[in-house]
Design a binder for this molecule. Structure first.
Ligand SMILES: Nc1ncnc2c1ncn2[C@@H]1O[C@H](COP(=O)(O)OP(=O)(O)OP(=O)(O)O)[C@@H](O)[C@H]1O
Ligand SMILES: [Mg+2]
Length: 231
C-alpha cells in the first residue's frame, strides 16, 4: 500500500495543528510505521520538534513541504500547514490528503473563525471534500467550562463528525519540549490523554482503510512539487 496522508488544518493560528501533527506522527512511528511529517509552515514547528527528538526515539522523517518528495518511502505522512493558508493552497493540500482533521479551540474567536474556515473547506475552496473524510476535534478543552460546552454545541452542529476532545494540559508542552509525543512519555501521567486520542485514532484508521479499499494504490509517481510560498 502507498503512503497515506493526514492533513491537520485550520486557518486560525494556534489551534493545535503542529501539536496534533507531532503527536500523531510519533504515534505512528512508535507503532513501527514509516512516518514522515511534511511541514509547510515557515515557522517550522514540526521540523524543530524533530530536531529535539532523542536519537533512540522511533525515527520520523521531517520534510519541508515545498520540495519534491518520493512518498513511496512512507507508510504515513502527517501534513502540518501554516495558518492563514490561501484557498488555492488549501485545495492543493486537501487534494493530497486521505483524511482531514480540523482542530478548534474553545474560545469565541476560534469558534467564529472555525465556522468560516469549515465553510471554505466544504464549499468555497472546491476541495473535493465530498470524497475526503473531514472531522473536527476540540483542542485545549477544559471540562466543566461554559466555553467548552459552547464549543461542543458548535462542533455537534456541523454536518461533519466531531470525533475527539483533546485536553488542555502541560503534558503536550513537556512532550514537545523533548521532541516526543504523549504516546511515548511515561504512561501513568499520560493515561487520560492517551485515552482521549483513541476515538480520533480509530476514526482516522477506519477512513484510511476505506480509502485504501476504494482506490487502488499503485506505486505511482511521487508527490509533485508543491505550492508556492504562502503569503
Ligand atoms: N492540548 C494542548 N494542551 C496544552 N497546550 C497546547 C495544546 N495544544 C496546543 N498547545 C499549545 O498551544 C500553542 C499553539 O499550538 P500549535 O503550535 O500546535 O498550534 P498551530 O495551530 O500549529 O499554530 P500555528 O497556526 O502558529 O502554526 C503551543 O504553544 C502549544 O504548545
Ligand atoms: Mg503550527
Amino acid at each position: 500500500m502507498g503512503a497515506q496522508s493526514i492533513l491537520i488544518i485550520n486557518s486560525k493560528g494556534g489551534a493545535g495543528k503542529s501539536t496534533l501533527s507531532s503527536n500523531l506522527a510519533s504515534y505512528y512511528a512508535q507503532r513501527g510505521l514509516r512516518t514522515g511529517i511534511f511541514d509547510f509552515d515557515r515557522q517550522m514547528s514540526s521540523i524543530r520538534w524533530l530536531q529535539r527528538r532523542p536519537e533512540n526515539a522511533p525515527s520520523i522523517a521531517g520534510k519541508t513541504g515545498w520540495g519534491y518528495h518520493d512518498v513511496k518511502e512512507f507508510d504515513r505522512i502527517v501534513m502540518d500547514p501554516p495558518a492563514q493558508i490561501c484557498r488555492k493552497d488549501l485545495a492543493t493540500l486537501v487534494a493530497r490528503a486521505d483524511v482531514v482533521i480540523v482542530p478548534v479551540l474553545p474560545s469565541p474567536i476560534d469558534i467564529h473563525a472555525a465556522a468560516d474556515f469549515i465553510r471554505d473547506l466544504l464549499v468555497d475552496a472546491k476541495v473535493r471534500t465530498k470524497q475526503k473524510p473531514v472531522a473536527v476535534v476540540a483542542n485545549r478543552a477544559r471540562s466543566n467550562t461554559l466555553i467548552y460546552d459552547q464549543l461542543k454545541r458548535f462542533l455537534n452542529s456541523l454536518n461533519i463528525p466531531f470525533v475527539a476532545t483533546i485536553r488542555d494540559t502541560q503534558n503536550y508542552i513537556h512532550a514537545s519540549a523533548q521532541g516526543l509525543g504523549i504516546f511515548e512519555m511515561n504512561r501513568s501521567g499520560m493515561k487520560r490523554d492517551v485515552e482521549l486520542w483513541q476515538p480520533l485514532l480509530q476514526w482516522i484508521e477506519a477512513k484510511l482503510q476505506a480509502a485504501a479499499g476504494q482506490i487502488p494504490q499503485p506505486a505511482g509517481p511521487g508527490m509533485r512539487p508543491v505550492l508556492r510560498a504562502v503569503k
